[in-house]
Design a protein around this ligand. Structure first.
Ligand code: HEM
Length: 413
């Protein structure tokens, strides 16, 4: 008899702040456990590394597309179709399955080539240096500054802005819109409370990107928006204007807040571990291993969701057709079967490979870019401010969509 799990504890404020004790309990039950869908919406929770790898590559499990949401709602006019935020999200690669997923992902992927990423590196170094100058100025004379506000937010905002083509003066406009827009994805029973703010943000973001698309159509530049427009004009890509705008919003948000919290999480992990901090500062060759371990140890996006297209099973747990699987990427990263002593932060782990970017057809398109920016940002920060110290305990965010910190007060002198 399999134990039916309840997710109340995980979806409490404490569970969102620190889900790892809950995950440790799950790992004792195997790689997946049945849920009561009348209590928790999902049919199964999947937390084992191997089970997640298998499920996310299995075509029987699909991303929650519009057809699934329509069936779930059952009404002639399903509720989600009246929510602007969900309408936008459902047109992005995140919530499409083939053939639409392939149609939209291909032109996007072409814009994320290794060559383009390598070409961005000098620009990223320059952007980081400039933000470090601002931290230095604000923190002069021992003044306390908020690391999130002055560094962790601006650096990814600059990088994704460069990539997508959002001009510098517009970038500060985004955080108050990106956050509520993304929060409509926060799992749990109360997520409806995020919808109103998410819808308002979706309207504003749509308006912004419609104007950006019009500007790039009039005059092309070297950015993702122009690349996509050129691909469509040349006949090598096929998408509507609405889909283009939705996916620019999707890429912008995906690339922004995930990296913000990875940088914040990285700093906190290093502040608690002086020997690691010194090693990362002095050995740039170790930066990739550090970033992999930071992303494993504190997973920025804790979960994904899939539904089963037919009766099936995952790691021995039955899933009915239409049943949803809550895929806990954060738990996979602490799976003791995959990572010995999973709760130890150890950048020297052999065969380390984080699950933080998922696997399979929805594998993160920005994985290489975000790794690069974190690999550059953290060592540059540590080298510039050898006396960097926490000025007060950081304030946590308590979310599963973005696992990280609201505020990290620091001093640099
Ligand atoms: C540390 C930073 C990042 C993390 C942890 C992260 C995490 C993820 C995860 C978990 C997924 C898969 C979702 C699923 O399977 O349900 C994903 C997909 C995606 N990510 Fe990232 N991401 C990061 C940075 C970025 C950046 C910088 C960009 C863009 C510049 C980006 C763009 C995307 C896109 C477009 C997808 C959708 C791919 C698809 O559905 O086909 N991400 N990301």
């Amino acid at each position: 008899m399999q134990t039916v799990i309840a997710l109340g504890e995980l979806f409490s404020a404490e569970g969102r702040r620190d889900p790892y004790p809950f995950y440790a309990g799950l790992h004792q039950l195997g790689q997946a456990a049945p849920l009561d869908p009348s209590a928790d919406r999902y049919s199964v929770v999947v937390h084992g590394y191997e089970a997640i790898e298998k499920l996310t590559r299995d075509p029987v499990f699909r991303i929650l597309d519009a057809a699934h949401l329509d069936r779930l709602d059952g009404r002639d006019e399903p509720l989600w179709r009246r929510r602007r935020s969900l309408q936008v999200l459902q047109q992005t690669v995140f919530f499409l399955n083939p053939p639409d997923h392939t149609r939209l992902r291909r032109p996007l992927a072409q814009a994320f080539t290794a060559r383009r990423m390598a070409a961005l590196e000098p620009a990223i170094v320059r952007l980081i240096d400039r933000r470090l100058d601002q931290v230095e100025e604000a923190g002069a004379g021992g003044r306390t500054v908020d690391f999130m506000k002055l560094f962790a937010y601006p650096v990814p905002s600059d990088v994704i802005g460069e990539l997508v083509g959002v001009p510098e003066e517009d970038r500060p406009w985004f955080p108050p819109r990106s956050e509520p827009f993304s929060l409509v994805l926060e799992p749990g029973r109360q997520n409806w409370r995020y919808l109103q703010a998410g819808d308002a943000a979706a309207v504003e973001l749509t308006g912004y990107f419609e104007k950006l698309v019009a500007a790039r159509r009039a005059e092309s530049r070297d950015d993702l928006t122009s690349t996509l427009l050129e691909a469509r004009a040349s006949g090598s890509a096929d998408f509507s204007d609405e889909e283009l705008v939705a996916n620019l919003i999707g890429v912008y948000n995906a690339g922004f807040l995930t990296s913000v919290h990875s940088i914040g999480n990285g700093l906190i992990l290093l502040m608690d571990r002086p020997a690691h901090r010194a090693e990362l500062r002095d050995r740039p060759d170790m930066a990739p291993a550090y970033v992999e371990e930071i992303l494993r140890y504190k997973t920025p996006v804790q979960f994904g969701v899939r539904y089963a297209t037919e009766d099936t099973e995952v790691a021995g747990v039955r899933v009915p057709a239409g049943g949803e699987a809550l895929v806990l990427l954060g738990a996979a990263n602490r799976d003791p079967r995959r990572f010995p002593d999973p709760d130890v932060f150890d950048p020297h782990r052999p065969d380390n490979h984080t699950m933080s970017f998922s696997v399979g057809p929805h594998y993160c398109l920005g994985a290489a870019l975000s790794k690069l920016e974190i690999q550059l940002a953290l060592p540059m920060l540590l080298r510039r401010f050898p006396r960097l110290a926490l000025a007060a305990p950081p304030r946590t965010l308590d979310l599963m969509t973005f696992h990280g910190y609201q505020e990290i007060p620091i001093t640099i002198a």
